[in-house]
Design a binder for this molecule. Structure first.
Ligand code: ZN
Length: 207
């Protein structure tokens, strides 16, 4: 008998399935491409953020007037928020996987990305979709109002938040690629994905 959680995954690859695709963020090809995409996205976000700031000329002098100590504090806040973001991003993947499967998670970091996976099971498409897109959805919804608020309150913190927002959007490129695969390529709800963190294996039923 299956409970609600075990409906979301399989412990063994069921018979009649074959591997359809394998991707690995630790491979140079993927790691470099996704980090390049992330840099381009960050650059675009920063250009837009600075343009938005320049629209309102009363904000620019705010940064010029800041004391060196204020700048230093801002720098440390930035580093702390950055680290917290990376940890929380992976935690959100983890919470989604844990809620949906109850299985053992893996967390880690490679040269190309931080990661969270649930390596010992095969999750159904819907579970994989939710876990993969959760951090993108949560932090995009959270960061946009903060960004708008800071725009009016403090131009330096606004620019810092724009960097973090840009890194978030760009850093989600790998997740969004998996989202694309699950929505455009693997539309069958019977599709299984095994997520070790940096690697994703996709399995489909044999015709
Ligand atoms: Zn992610």
């Amino acid at each position: 008998m299956k409970n609600t959680k075990t409906e979301n995954f399989e412990r063994e690859l069921p018979s009649g399935y074959k591997q359809a695709l394998y991707i690995n963020a630790k491979e140079a090809k993927f790691g470099i491409i996704f980090n390049l995409i992330a840099l381009v996205v960050l650059a675009v976000v920063m250009v837009l953020a600075v343009l938005a700031l320049r629209l309102s000329d009363r904000l620019m002098p705010g940064i010029m007037d800041m004391e060196p100590t204020e700048m230093l504090v801002a720098y440390f806040v930035f580093i702390a928020v950055m680290i917290a973001y990376v940890v929380l991003h992976e935690l959100v993947h983890g919470i989604a996987y844990k809620t949906l499967t109850g299985e053992k998670l893996t967390f880690g970091m490679s040269w190309s990305c931080a990661f969270c996976g649930v390596p010992h099971i095969f999750t159904y498409r819907k579970t994989a979709l939710i876990a993969v897109v959760s951090p993108f959805a949560v932090f995009t919804v959270l960061f946009i109002p903060i960004l708008i608020l800071l725009y009016f309150v403090n131009p330096l913190y606004y620019l810092m938040m724009a960097v973090i927002f840009g890194l978030h959007l760009g850093g989600c490129s790998g997740d969004l690629y998996v989202l694309y695969l699950l929505t455009a390529k693997f539309k069958d709800k019977k599709t299984l994905m095994r997520d070790t963190g940096p690697e994703q294996y996709f399995y489909v039923t044999e015709e």
